[in-house]
Design a protein around this ligand. Structure first.
Ligand SMILES: [Zn+2]
Ligand SMILES: [Zn+2]
Length: 345
């Protein structure tokens, strides 16, 4: 069977005709298989949704009880038959509950990895290499300039700044699903045991992580705390909040931003970020290329991000490769704005 007869990009997303479903559809469909909870992948309004329990819970938290007509939870390693195909979920290491979806039909296996990272993250199951014939890779950081380095070192920079400026507050911009919890866990791993403050938009999802057994230490809502009492503290907030009037409640804040994009100095400058922290939920160039090689796939389909360089790299290694041209996915940044506006913080 040709891989394109199993999975094909259509306007609604990645369509599996023989299985009767779409993966991470951007438009409402009858049956959706969803890789993870970020809002460009997990949208409301589908008929049936198949995803990990965590992803279903996150969708419920974000969209309410009726986000889909029906839901079914699937565990990592569990295999389910849908129509003429079998699907199996594997950890993607991206955020809590994130999964790669292996779709097998006859003797062909395609892995749709969603968003993934191969770097260690104490807040989610580690990425698993899944041998396959066709690997579908994201390319958010698909350029050789993107090398994320060690996230622990970035957090050490933050702690050094807190020690240096005890009279100032530290405001760390971080996406509310995944990144914020990872930064908190990394701070705890460095022995930082003071309370960490949260913007209102961070609370629900962070407490959900705790309910799934991710230890994050003492967390406090920042709302209602006196300005003077925030000197020497760390607050996590959605990226959009760190550049608005909301920051006036903090004493002389140092603004930080935890993102893979912080490798690009101009981006940090544009946003007025004093302390860029290169911490990403996505694989960097080395991670993408090492993962593609490790899957043993002879064919690679590249989507959302910097497709061209990665396609070129694959071809130079003798692999068949092409961009998928799916639309509607991107980094989570634009979706955070809405979340921050909703929140009473
Ligand atoms: Zn994502
Ligand atoms: Zn994505």
């Amino acid at each position: 069977m040709r891989p394109q007869d199993i999975l094909m990009p259509v306007p609604a997303g990645l369509c599996c005709k023989p299985g009767g479903f779409h993966i991470d559809p951007v438009r409402p469909v009858e049956r959706a298989v969803i890789t993870h909870g970020h809002s460009d992948h997990a949208r409301p309004g589908h008929g049936a949704v198949l995803a990990t329990q965590e992803t279903l819970d996150m969708m419920r938290l974000r969209y309410g009880e009726n986000f889909a007509h029906s839901t079914q939870a699937i565990s990592y390693g569990e295999e389910i038959r849908l129509g003429d195909v079998k699907i199996k979920f594997h950890p993607a290491g991206h955020v809590l509950g994130s999964a790669q979806v292996a779709v097998s039909c006859k003797d062909t296996c395609i892995v749709a990895s969603g968003d993934y990272k191969d770097a260690s993250d104490p807040t989610c199951a580690p990425f698993e290499v899944v041998p396959c014939d066709v690997f579908i890779s994201e390319a958010t950081f698909g350029l050789p300039v993107f090398r994320h380095g060690n996230a622990a070192d970035e957090v050490k920079k933050l702690l050094a700044s807190v020690a240096l400026f005890p009279e100032r507050a530290h405001l760390v911009g971080a996406y509310s699903l995944g990144k914020a919890q990872r930064v908190i866990a990394l701070l705890r791993a460095q022995g930082y045991d003071a309370p960490i403050y949260l913007h209102g938009a961070m609370e629900k999802i962070t407490h959900y992580y705790e309910s799934r057994g991710i230890a994050l230490g003492e967390l406090r809502p920042v709302k209602g705390v006196k300005k003077a009492d925030l000197a020497g503290t760390i607050t996590l907030a959605p990226p959009s909040a760190t550049s608005d009037v909301w920051t006036r409640r903090f004493p002389d804040p140092v603004t930080a931003f935890a993102s893979g994009w912080m490798r690009v100095r101009a981006r940090a400058r544009q946003r007025g970020i004093e302390l860029p922290l290169v911490i990403s939920d996505h694989a960097d160039w080395d991670g993408l290329t090492a993962t593609i090689a490790a899957t043993g796939a002879g064919e690679v389909w590249v989507t959302h991000g910097q497709e061209d360089a990665l396609v070129h790299w694959c071809k130079s290694r003798g692999l068949a490769a092409r961009p998928l041209d799916l639309v509607g996915y991107g980094d989570e940044e634009e979706h955070e704005v809405a979340a921050a506006d909703e929140a009473e913080a």
